[in-house]
Write a protein that binds this ligand. Sequence first.
Ligand code: GLY
Length: 302
Amino acid sequence: MQKWAIAATWPFGRRAVEVGSRLLDEERNGIDVVEQAIRAVELDPTVDSVGVGGIPNYEGEVELDAALMRGKDLAIGAVAGVKSFPNPISIARLVLEKTPHHLMVGDGAERYADAHGLKRDSLLTSSSLEKWKKRRQRQVQITDERWGTGHDTVGVVVLDKAGGITAGTSTSGLALKLPGRVGDSPLPGSGLYADDTAGAAVATGCGELIMRGCLSYAIVELMRSGATPQQACADALGRLVARLEKEIPVRNAHQDMTKMAVLAMDRDGNIGAAANHADFDFAYCLAEDREVRLERAKMIGV
Ligand code: GLY
């Protein structure tokens, strides 16, 4: 039997894994699988940190970031600050496959999506609007520790039947972020990295911290040097936490603005995950038994 494997961040990643595992079984390539898996989460209005229903920025507009990376040739397609498109991951795919560029932002990315026939739609739901209004009524300020609450990224890593490794991410970023703020998710090396010769990793949590450690690249390079995905996740995140903890309370984190989590897969489809907090769950499915499972990541340093 040819191997395949898929894993995705958070319990809402279960939907991504269900969709992706069916496509992997049909021998679809990693780019198709990751795009379709992430689209399923982007279109679910109950997920309040991704796509439709994502929590708006400080001014009440939903701004989305997404990226895809193909491990065969290290090609990347990423978009940031995209409004009014429910599936930014599909714009990221256009960037990867149809442009000579890797990262497009805002209006330019939106006009490119228009030109390729992607449909605009409202991203606000009554629930996300209510949450936004309540925060504004409480007059949560940028300096308030409650400010960044809610920033869970869907990150997906895949080994396809042909041995291809692919990673993808999608998020509305920090709730109440300043307009124009971009997190780690569309940044190659920070929010995601994929290389067929080593493996793939994705990150979720506070983008401002994740990008300081280029966490996904660090994990893939540790796997290249022989670490298992579990060792690589714990080691890369542990090093960043050790480096930052004198200045920022990142060990055993309790605030969303200090939480980070990572998920990785090696070229054989083995999976690892780690977090600097106690509540990071991920979903996965392997060709061996086709069961979609949820697992809690190990918290580092305990
Ligand atoms: N990790 C998602 C973000 O910070 O935007």
